[in-house]
Design a protein around this ligand. Structure first.
Ligand code: ZN
Ligand code: ZN
Ligand code: ZN
Ligand code: ZN
Length: 142
């Protein structure tokens, strides 16, 4: 009897990488080509992926490859140094793991716009992507 195998496809719409393995635990969690999370089941109805060349769920028809915020896999928290003369920045998995001070100059880090509260989304970001204020001209909290 042929062993049944499970299939995962890369969730990146621009990537055609897929993988098959005897057990779900043997599937790669991240795409070996582009690093995006691999999906082995429909995010909506949880039907397993059976066709590595289809990007739509065979059961409910939703597109499997979308860039989705994944449960249990929060987007990284980005914190940039608040010192305008320093370009140190860090990305961490969880807000709790975020250091509070710059490792280079000791200034306090910021991960949200001081004006509108929008998240910092880029390690080299200098201006708020939502309201446009310079992020690094935050009034010193202390
Ligand atoms: Zn990929
Ligand atoms: Zn589905
Ligand atoms: Zn710094
Ligand atoms: Zn803002």
């Amino acid at each position: 009897m042929p062993a049944t195998s499970v299939i995962a496809i890369c969730s990146n719409p621009d990537c055609t990488r897929h993988a098959a393995a005897p057990r779900p635990a043997d599937l790669p969690a991240a795409c070996p080509t582009c690093g995006a999370p691999m999906v082995d089941r429909c995010w909506k109805c949880e039907a397993p992926v059976t066709d590595p060349f289809s990007s739509y769920c065979r059961a409910c028809g939703v597109p499997l490859k979308r860039v989705l915020p994944r449960a249990g896999r929060p987007e990284p928290v980005i914190a940039i140094c608040g010192n305008p003369d320093c370009d140190w920045a860090v990305a961490v998995e969880r807000a709790a793991a975020r250091p509070s001070r710059c490792a280079r100059c000791g200034a306090s880090l910021l991960s949200h716009c001081w004006k509108c509260g929008a998240r910092v989304v880029d390690l080299r970001q200098h201006y708020c992507q939502a309201c446009g204020v310079p992020l690094k001209r935050q009034p010193r909290p202390l």
